[in-house]
Write a protein that binds this ligand. Sequence first.
Ligand SMILES: [Zn+2]
Length: 467
Amino acid sequence: MNNSCKRQVDILIEHGLIVPVTGPDQIMGDGAVAIDGGKIIAVGPQEELGERYSGRKTIDARHKAVLPGLINAHCHFLQNFLKGAKDDLPLIKWIEEVSFPRIRLAVQDYLAHRPELQYYATLHGCIEALKCGITTAVNMEWATPLETIDVYEHTGIRGVHTLTFTDNDQWTPPEAILSDGEIFGLADRLIERCARSKDRRVAFCYGIACPNSCSPALISKVREEADKNKVLVHLHLAETNFEFQNISKKYHKTPTGYLHQLGILGPDVFVAHGIWLTDEDIQILKETGTSVVHNPECNMKIASGVAPIAKMARAGINISLGTDSCAVNDNTDLFETMRTTVLLQRVHQLDSACLSSYQALEMATLGGARAIGLGDKLGSLEPGKLADLILVDLTSINMRPVNNVINNLVYCANTNNVDTVIVDGKVVVEKQLLLNLDEEKAVSQAEKFAQRRFEAAGLKLPAYFTP
Ligand SMILES: [Zn+2]
């Protein structure tokens, strides 16, 4: 067929090794993907799609794997500025010494109408995420000005912007707590701002800091507002034995049982961690349709425990993956997270078959999409879905030889192998370069601002923090 008879599409990806994440055996060599109007319109053999479509832009995917964009279902961009800053601390000390001083500063800046700190943190986070092959990031932040939403739009990433609620000054410094009126008012404004975000690429989500730091009344109010506004709820749950013991003592229920009693759990809720769970808790998560975000590297670094992911997967709970913050990881590499997810479960269960590489890949893509309520729109390469996908270079030495592309992606790949990133049918990273902004300039501006702001607030900086 000559070109004039072919249907013109925005992008035709040609000659790729297609990993659609529609099943462990669904791999296609010499395949093509046609993208038009922000959606995937066809996935199939090169021979067939090459006959039917011509791309206004063509991407040669020879020697590259083409797969759904990765979904980071739990991170905190403000803490991108703290990579490598602290070590050897358990969670409670880490929160007091590392996390809260910065959060307090961000909240105080918000109240003083100074949006720059959160703006630059989000910029830093979005740039790193895209370069790492992450097409959707769930960014859980504290008081964030509306300007933060601009950053998702400019950089081209898909975002789930999560505003964290807390009201218990026994666990949270009072200066980091906004009044109910202020925080729910800010949520309303962010909901309205996200609803008119470019191409509706940014969704709003209510965030509950954790069961310890929120009163039952606040948790119930979040549930009411989420129902009213039809938006998601995200929270840290069952992260530490400390939380498990404290909630059990106070309410005579496990943290999961306590939240279930308050009626907060449900199919519009995804919880980060889920480490300290009883069999009954796992049943509650399953029955309520609550999703779990597994953050193995954070859990390992601050010694919180091992989440029973294989068990939860067997119970039919939707599992997604997250990196958590760069202060407790200290990277944004979801390839590494996939690998760690499998290895940690196997050594913990002493069972080399308890979790497969395909399950980990599915968690990092389709599991994330389901967690944020977009399982029918994202997470796999299928006609009709939004065109969020990545091309991973298979020619680097760490990827060769490719004996099984799923195993190679999960066990061999790292973020340096990400070549091209497409979000909503638009190329945002090409040949490892960001197309929408000057990466070095933006990162340098962000780090310089953070350095000045932290110094002005008297926060001790790491010795090598020199942007
Ligand atoms: Zn977290």
